[in-house]
Design a protein around this ligand. Structure first.
Ligand code: HEC
Ligand code: HEC
Ligand code: HEC
Ligand code: HEC
Ligand code: HEC
Ligand code: HEC
Ligand code: HEC
Length: 678
């Protein structure tokens, strides 16, 4: 064998050794075969066939019971001794009851005489929350999933407004958006262009595949070659235990790290996360920079744990160090948790002042992981996962009325911290934070500066352009808003939301042809958005396409039967364009049944009463409108007419003077007033 041969053999051997010892590059290529997007989800029942023990245990956990049909719910609520809950801000009462086996929530209002003047009912179709802490209910209409106003607070055994409803009562209409659903349930068939439309039925609770990835390949492989196990790790299915530190933590963080707001990476949604990849590839999660030090929130286990010295200085502590998620947390003994502490802290070598407290059998958790209320959800007890020297943590024992915002907060990306903030993601976060949480214009100013700058550097960022458009739009800079929306559709001609916003802006500027075409394009790319249909209806109405406008409003209503404004709009068309008093009246009544404070529907009702010569009701509805807004000019007009017809001239004059005071250029009112004075 000559030297050259030897050399080749040697390199070959080195290559072999290299092959044997090189781990696949975990962060870039899929090392688990079920990360491939072709592998399908199959549901828990199939896993149960071979992993019966785990299955039977898991379905008893909070996660296994996190979402289910209301009919299957074991009744833990008290429907007898429940005084109605009064929302003083909005003057509504709420009550939950059991009607023919269904949980029904009722909203009502009572006038000074004690009569019921409004009532609205909704049935709970699904329950969100195992009942370990609380149960929130959702109702489904045409696939649109909405939260109900009352929650059953298990620990306190009482009904109260749902979390967040103390500050903003969204009644029966709070949309359950995809992100919220996918933290509380298995993946659903969600319509990605919608806010809250799902294909029904919905799955029943968080399943195995959210932590293990899709199972088709694993099951097939196990069935095909029953006894063959090539390595100790089965790469057809993810066992979180075998994942690197960050990926292991991310399996739980996809749901247990809520933050203030999260922003998905371009073209990513919650369903793009699969166990085994880094969560930061799918979304950025933003925290409040200067949080009250010892305040913690409901889905913040990961955030709090990350603040502990144990976490920071061990670089090996993850959720599964202490938790076996297949077993209900209540069935883990306190001893087993304390043993986790002992694995890293030997009481004998601890340097502590109080040695008595630091024995092998001491209850470490009791002193170092405090239990108490959370800042965002009233009436529940949670474990603060910041492991620390005992401090008094901020707990809330009475129902908090939601967060009170004063100064704007600063948002920090949890993953990148302040080292390398991504300006696009942060800008989008500020816009969305403004839209969903705290309407302070500083967020928009910040967002505009960030988005503009980074779009100058790289203008291929569709979501960046769209949110720049939103930010300008919300600050009232319509010109720049429009051009940002145009940039959005230049890159994505089917961007249904940008098209809809362009329609809104064109309509506001009375460019009707343009408005019509934008709305049509928006509808062509996504036909199930009731708001777009409603706005399209306006554009058609103003273009004198009355029949088409009627059809558009009707479409909005049939998509979302809770859409109060669309009822009023259709009623106005029927009343003022087609003189269909009866049909118009039905629509105004439907609108008022959904929203008893809808001032335009009241006004329209008083106009119908005028047309029907029913002066008493005309006056009643006009006064009702004024009780909501004392400066509502249109109602004074109706009143003036009523008074004039009834010969109550002084009152008519007063109403007319009021109109002139509110609307100085109202020549008609002035003319009538002058004629009355003669
Ligand atoms: C046809 C039988 C079969 C079915 C169905 C099945 N498994 Fe397995 N699975 C096995 C066997 C056998 C093993 C290896 C022994 C063990 O760990 O139980 C295994 C191992 C695993 C492991 C450990 C892998 C490792 O590398 O440590 C996980 C996780 C797992 N299965 C999850 C699931 C999930 C989730 C489902 C449903 C989507 C499922 N299995 C369905 C037979 C099956
Ligand atoms: C798909 C979202 C999701 C994922 C992934 C997830 N959780 Fe959960 N987890 C929840 C929700 C939601 C609840 C509350 C369920 C309820 O009680 O309604 C919960 C509850 C829990 C509980 C308390 C109740 C119980 O089930 O015993 C523990 C402990 C827990 N999770 C640990 C973990 C760990 C550890 C991981 C990662 C291995 C993890 N979770 C991954 C969403 C998730
Ligand atoms: C990032 C994931 C995430 C999002 C988004 C999210 N939640 Fe949660 N939520 C959780 C987790 C995790 C818990 C459980 C905490 C625990 O049990 O300690 C929880 C707890 C709850 C609970 C208390 C249930 C119980 O018994 O523990 C309710 C009710 C709830 N969430 C409703 C909602 C609603 C409604 C939305 C959307 C508007 C929402 N959540 C959005 C993760 C999330
Ligand atoms: C909330 C996340 C989560 C869910 C949901 C979940 N698992 Fe697991 N599973 C884990 C973790 C974490 C491990 C590793 C546990 C350990 O050994 O530390 C694991 C391990 C396993 C294993 C390996 C063997 C063992 O006993 O540890 C099997 C098999 C398994 N899971 C099956 C299932 C099945 C079947 C379901 C659904 C009924 C399920 N898992 C639901 C997180 C989850
Ligand atoms: C994975 C190992 C690990 C586990 C498990 C662990 N710790 Fe720690 N812990 C550490 C390290 C490392 C430090 C920092 C160095 C030190 O103070 O010993 C630390 C620090 C602490 C401190 C000092 C905190 C401070 O802010 O000064 C307390 C108290 C503590 N741990 C208690 C606990 C308790 C109680 C448990 C169980 C609930 C626990 N630890 C579990 C590794 C761990
Ligand atoms: C050092 C141990 C330890 C670690 C690490 C840990 N937990 Fe816990 N966890 C506990 C203890 C102790 C409890 C309280 C159990 C009880 O009530 O007896 C708990 C309770 C919970 C609960 C039930 C609700 C509550 O707040 O009491 C959830 C959910 C939970 N942990 C999630 C997580 C998640 C997610 C992670 C990872 C980010 C995690 N835990 C990491 C020790 C730990
Ligand atoms: C009765 C409450 C109590 C119990 C039980 C308790 N601790 Fe502590 N621990 C404290 C207090 C208070 C301090 C700080 C004052 C001191 O040093 O004694 C402390 C300090 C510590 C420190 C910090 C030491 C240092 O200087 O950084 C560690 C680590 C620790 N405890 C771990 C544990 C572990 C592990 C257990 C369970 C075996 C445990 N503790 C049980 C109250 C307790």
């Amino acid at each position: 064998m000559n030297k050259r041969h030897l050399f080749i053999l040697l390199t070959f051997a080195i290559m072999l050794v290299g092959l044997l010892f090189t781990q696949p590059n975990r962060s870039t290529i899929p090392y688990y075969k079920n990360l491939d997007s072709s592998v399908q989800y199959i549901g828990d029942e199939e896993c149960a066939a071979c992993h019966a023990d785990i299955y039977n245990s898991f379905i008893r956990t909070g996660m296994g019971r996190s979402f289910y049909p209301a009919g299957n719910a074991e009744a833990i609520e008290d429907f007898k001794n429940n005084a109605p809950i009064y929302d003083a801000n909005n003057n509504f009462y709420y009550k939950a009851s059991l009607q023919e086996g269904n949980i029904v929530q009722t909203e009502y209002r009572i006038n000074a005489a004690g009569e019921k003047i409004h009532e609205l009912n909704r049935r709970a179709d699904y329950v969100m929350g195992s009942g370990n802490h609380n149960r929130t209910y959702v109702t489904v209409q045409n696939g649109f999933v909405k939260e109900l106003p009352l929650t059953w607070y298990v620990d306190k055994k009482k009904w109260d407004l749902s979390p967040g409803y103390h500050t903003t009562n969204m009644r029966f209409f709070r949309p359950i958006v995809e992100e919220c659903m996918h933290c509380h349930n298995s993946f659903t068939d969600f319509e990605s262009n919608s806010q809250n439309k799902y294909n029904i039925p919905l799955p029943h609770g968080i399943g195995c595949e959210r932590c293990h990835g899709p199972g088709r390949l694993h099951v097939q492989t196990r069935i095909d070659n029953k006894n063959e196990l090539k390595s100790s790790i089965d790469y057809t299915i993810v066992n979180p235990k075998h994942l690197p530190f960050q990926e292991q933590l991310d399996v739980c963080q996809q749901c247990h790290l809520q933050g203030e707001i999260s922003v998905f990476q371009p073209d990513k949604r919650s369903t793009d996360f699969r166990p085994g990849i880094k969560l930061s590839l799918v979304k950025s999660i933003f925290m409040e920079k200067n949080q009250t030090p010892n305040e913690f929130r409901i889905a913040s286990h990961a955030e709090r744990l990350a603040k502990s010295a144990c976490f920071q200085e061990s670089s090996s502590l993850t959720c599964i160090t202490c938790h076996n998620p297949h077993v209900p947390v209540q069935e883990h003994s306190r001893r087993s948790f304390n043993d986790n502490c002992l694995a890293c802290h030997d009481p004998k070598t601890l340097i502590v002042k109080n040695i008595e407290n630091h024995k092998q059998n001491s209850d470490c958790v009791k002193c170092h992981m405090t239990q108490g209320g959370t800042a965002d959800i009233p009436h529940v007890n949670f474990t603060d996962h910041k492991i620390q020297i005992p401090k008094k943590i901020q707990t809330t024992t009475t129902p908090i009325s939601g967060r009170i915002y004063n100064a704007p907060i600063e948002l920090v990306n949890f993953f990148t911290k302040e080292k390398s903030p991504n300006a696009i993601q942060t800008g989008i976060a500020y816009v969305r934070y403004f839209e969903s949480r705290h309407q302070h214009k500083d967020y928009l100013i910040k967002a505009i500066a960030m988005l503009k700058k980074s779009l100058q550097e790289n203008d291929h960022q569709i979501a960046g352009w769209y949110h720049l458009g939103r930010a300008y739009h919300l600050t009232g800079d319509l010109k720049n808003a429009e051009s940002a929306y145009y940039q959005t559709i230049a890159q994505d001609p089917n961007h249904t939301l940008a098209l809809a916003q362009l329609g809104v802006l064109a309509f506001a500027n009375e460019r009707l042809t343009q408005a019509l075409s934008s709305f049509q394009r928006s509808i062509n790319s996504y036909p199930y958005n009731p708001v777009v249909w409603n706005n399209y209806g306006h554009a058609l109405l103003f273009s004198d396409s009355i029949d088409a406008a009627l059809a558009a409003y009707t479409m909005a209503i049939s998509l979302d039967p809770d859409y109060a404004n669309a009822f009023n709009n259709r009623g106005e068309l029927l009343l003022y364009k087609q003189t269909e008093l009866g049909k118009g009246k039905n629509d105004f009544l439907s609108c008022l049944a959904l929203d008893p404070d809808h001032i335009f529907a009241m006004h329209n009702m008083s106009n119908i009463a005028l047309l029907e010569e029913d002066l008493e009701n005309a006056e009643r509805f006009a006064l009702q409108a004024l009780s909501i807004n004392n400066d509502f000019v249109l109602a004074y007009g109706t009143l003036a007419t009523v008074f004039q017809r009834q010969g109550r001239l002084d009152e008519a004059k007063r109403a007319l003077s009021r109109i002139i005071k509110l609307d100085k250029n109202n020549a008609d009112a002035r003319k009538i007033l002058d004629s009355l004075r003669d």
